[in-house]
Write a protein that binds this ligand. Structure first.
Ligand SMILES: [Zn+2]
Length: 130
């Protein structure tokens, strides 16, 4: 397996950015009518980041929880990209195939490692599988 080339990285960066924007818009729409929003927003540990992903996901709203989970994953992926380690499997260290990243740009592991991870770290999240 080869490392991602620059073109692939650029493409995935765009995919991640679009995904993040879409998720943020979704989340904002879903919770803007809820009072908790203001309260939760003040709990963001990094004010410069305005990160929804660090908010508690216990909103009692399955759609928001799911979006927050994914947004957190997307943000971590973008951080990895900024650090130049994007596309490396967090478990085995080998490059994650481009096709997998394109389908799931926030993927942290190659498919076999992810399966293994989910088996050993089963947290019983409802609807967390995509
Ligand atoms: Zn792996």
């Amino acid at each position: 397996m080869d490392d991602l080339n620059e073109q692939q990285k650029t493409r995935l960066g765009e995919v991640l950015l679009q995904r993040e924007l879409a998720l943020r818009a979704d989340i904002q729409r879903e919770i803007s009518s809820q009072d908790e929003y203001v309260q939760l927003a003040s709990e963001v540990p990094d004010p410069g980041d305005l990160s929804f992903a660090n908010l508690s996901v216990d909103l009692g709203n399955a759609a928001v929880s799911r979006d927050l989970h994914e947004l957190r994953a997307v943000e971590l992926a973008r951080k990895r990209m900024a650090n130049g380690v994007y596309g490396e499997c967090a478990s085995c260290g080998y490059p994650i195939p481009f096709e997998r990243l394109l389908a799931m740009p926030s993927a942290e592991r190659c498919a076999p490692c992810q399966e293994n991870f989910e088996r050993t770290h089963h947290e019983g999240h409802r609807g967390a599988t995509m």
